[in-house]
Design a protein around this ligand. Structure first.
Ligand code: MTE
Ligand code: MO
Length: 419
């Protein structure tokens, strides 16, 4: 039953009712804190992922926040600091929206062998939503923040208890100014508690770990969260989720090398060791695709002309998807698929379609997307012994936390075509 705290949109505190009742489209991987993925690929066929089906990834318990008492403070390198109420945030600034296919960097972890640590996400830790909120740029400019290139904007999540590590992420100022939002709506409704109510940072095109939920502070800095002061600020660690988690750590490394600053923001360029970065940070998303129809294991009866239609979705990071190829013979040969449907922005899904002239028998179907810089999905995940730090020779680097897997073979589907 909804409590007096929730209206019909599920606004206000909006954490009433059981998790399972509120998220019928999710498969729960762990509870307390809740982590759950979209239950099937078919859910990702829609242009928008309803919030009931959009994955949830939490390090701590979802906080129960009263919007009327919540503020976002702006501190650090600013002329006038601020404590913005939700009312000021919503009504005192311009509003903007962005459609973003947000992927958790742990999506596809289940396909690492040997297993990587953490919840075993398969394909469903990704979702496409319209996020609406206040452009971060408007707030920074209004308050006379320092916005030079090379600075960082750190967003601090407000959910950690006294003995918990604080979820804080630093975003390069260039990106913060370009298109980041302090978002308060998801698909045109107030977002639900688990997705960050009442306000989250939204970093379009970047892995979900950058989009800090339950934001309580924006801090303008000349480096990322790093160093002793941030390791034990008010007795808690603010650096873990920037410097230790969400780094590419091959089997042979003990700890990721920490940086106060990097100038290369593209995740895949970091993987190539630019600026001597040994352990890439998971910033912008890697190009990836998924066949959504037919389903794995399907028995197909082709139309009278012997054809079957294959459909799927592709997405990427700051560099958009340029093309998708499909293989109907397990990767021996590839053919160009065509894009279908409207282009809804650079950070959202591109749907694709391929008409397959098929023969009876069992077939393995694969898809492989390429971004506008010509970077394509690797075939497999490497062996840990390979010690890779980047994508090479068609292999995605095995890493201890199982991040960033965009290999296409594990995502293939096997179907049988009837006579
Ligand atoms: N404060 C806070 N923000 C957070 C997290 C968190 O645990 N705490 N998880 C992050 C991760 S790893 C992801 S993938 C996204 C998930 O957002 P969603 O739950 O709305 O899908 O939120 C990010 N923001
Ligand atoms: Mo994530």
């Amino acid at each position: 039953m909804p409590s007096k705290n929730s209206d019909e949109n599920g606004a206000s505190r909006n954490s009433t009712g059981s998790f399972v009742d509120r998220y019928p489209g999710l498969e729960r991987l762990s509870a307390d804190p809740d982590n759950a993925q979209t239950a099937s690929r078919a859910h990702l066929e829609d242009y928008l992922t309803p919030r009931e089906q959009h994955y949830i990834r939490n390090h701590h318990r979802t906080p129960d926040i009263d919007e009327s008492e919540w503020t976002v403070s702006l501190t650090g390198l600013v002329e006038s600091t601020a404590d913005l109420s939700m009312d000021e945030l919503k009504h005192g600034y311009p509003t903007d929206s962005v459609m973003h296919m947000m992927e958790c960097s742990g999506n596809g972890r289940a396909y690492f062998s040997p297993d990587a640590e953490g919840d075993q996400w398969t394909v469903g830790a990704v979702g496409n939503a319209i996020w609406t909120g206040t452009p971060v740029r408007a707030i920074l400019e209004d308050r006379g923040a320092d916005t030079d290139d090379g600075l960082w904007l750190t967003a601090v999540g407000g959910e950690a208890k006294e003995d918990e590590d604080v979820f804080a992420r630093s975003v390069p100022m260039e990106k913060a100014l370009e298109d980041c939002l302090l978002a308060y709506e998801m698909n045109g409704k107030p977002m639900s508690a688990e997705h960050g109510f009442p306000v989250r940072l939204l970093v379009p095109g970047w892995f979900g770990n950058n989009s800090v939920k339950w934001v309580e502070r924006l801090h303008v800095m000349d480096e990322m969260v790093n160093g002793e002061a941030w390791e034990s600020r008010d007795g808690r660690d603010y650096t873990k989720y920037q410097q230790s988690s969400y780094r590419l750590l091959p089997a042979q490394d003990d700890e990721p090398k920490r940086h106060a600053d990097v100038e290369t923001f593209d995740t895949q360029d970091q993987m190539r060791g630019e600026e001597g970065i040994r352990n890439a940070y998971f910033f912008d998303q890697l190009v990836k695709s998924l066949l959504t129809s037919p389903e794995d294991g399907a028995e197909l009866a082709p139309a009278s002309d012997g054809r079957v239609e294959l459909t799927g979705v592709a997405w990427s990071g700051d560099d958009s998807v340029a093309g998708v190829e499909v293989s109907t013979d397990g990767g021996e040969t590839w053919d160009e698929a065509s894009f279908v449907g409207p282009e809804l922005g650079r950070y959202t899904v591109r749907k694709f379609r391929y008409v397959w002239e098929c023969e009876a028998g069992e077939h393995t179907l694969l898809s492989r997307a390429t971004d506008e810089r010509g970077r394509t999905q690797p075939a497999t995940v490497s062996d840990p012994d390979a010690g890779r730090r980047g994508i090479e020779d068609g292999e995605y680097p095995w890493n201890q936390k199982g991040y960033g897997n965009n290999a296409y073979e594990p995502l293939g589907v096997t179907v049988t075509v009837r006579d």
